[in-house]
Design a protein around this ligand. Sequence first.
Ligand code: PMP
Length: 445
Amino acid sequence: MNAHNKPNAPVLDSYWMPFTANRQFKAAPRLLASAEGMHYTSVDGRTVLDGTAGLWCVNAGHGRRQIAAAVERQLSTMDFAPSFQMGHPIAFDFAERLAEIAPGPGGAKLDRVFFTGSGSESVDTALKIAIAYQRSIGQGTRTRLIGRERGYHGVGFGGISVGGIVNNRRVFPQLPGSDHLRHTHDPAKNAFVKGQPEHGAELADDLERLVALHGAETIAACIVEPVAGSTGVLIPPKGYLERLRAICDKHGILLIFDEVITGFGRLGAAFATDYFGVTPDLVTAAKGLTNGAIPMGAVFASRKVHDALMHGPEGQIELFHGYTYSGHPAACAAGIATLDIYRDEGLMTRAAEIEGDWHEAMHSLKGLPHVNDIRTIGLIAGIELNSRDGAPGARAYDAFVDCFERGLLIRVTGDIIAFSPPLIAEKKHFGEIVSMLADALKRVK
Ligand code: PMP
């Protein structure tokens, strides 16, 4: 089939696309051909402003030659090396560089780094490390994992078990013993807020409820996104993360922050951990780790967790876990070049400098048709629309299609529009985003 009905249009039959309504897509494809700076160009030659840093990845903007050159250099030096009882210097170099900026405000940093191939792998790795840690300190009954409603932790069986996206969970079995805190979003109390909302810290006490229900001796870890992104930008109420940390400490539960989207400058600090000043035991990362250029993820572990696992007879593998592509040389090269760019261009703190303009631009959309909430933090925004009667999500999806036609890439989830522009964005881009989205909202029914 030639979906465009144009000469030279791509054939769309074979590729089973992820997270896409395939049948619908093939009738009206949206295909991106190239990218530079803040923009994509579609196959039919239209310029599309990237309001979402790809998929929360391309923090330094597109087309960074420095990354491409580093990857090319590495591939022509050594394309691959086994990750089994063997290593290569570039993976150690990258881990050292990451250790320098590792999450952990004012004190012990989570500077032991385990490499994976994606965010989902990072989450499953962190959950496994947590269970293995508990076992290694004589707490082998602790296998239960606690997540949160409306959490997104990727698509592995661990991730969907602690995640709270109903569509992810409906078809597939989940890990026994997984349970969920309530989510923190309360539009009745916290609408149109810039930064952290005032109300809702006490929702962290849900963890006490689950401890009372199941017994602390059964719970290995609790995982949350510091700011939930994929489920529509849910920002933690003031005091919430601190309270969660305190409850975890009280009951010997490890706290995991899933920083797959908040890592690498999204909030104006290297990690949300630093931004909020709350230190978990494990942090997951991916996306901005390599500026999205090469798939890669990482788990940052505290020394307490790491060192507890470093024992056993000589020659024994301490944690029987890893991936063929853990610390892939090309991904490490991309990662080091990415860190150089972040450092040289001050991108990790840039969100803090421009978030005032960003928040103002986003909140100027208040009063437009269908908008019932706007929430912003760092260089993130969530704009929630009223649902069209009987068709939840349809209005935001229409806005997505309309924006794409106008030349703006947005991300929709249910009736929420999410923005996470590259950290190189300038004020003029915020104006363009506002104007294109406003026009789209005036048009959608
Ligand atoms: N955790 C979070 C918080 C995410 O936002 C995502 C991806 N959006 C993932 C995990 C999964 O990452 P990946 O798609 O790379 O597996």
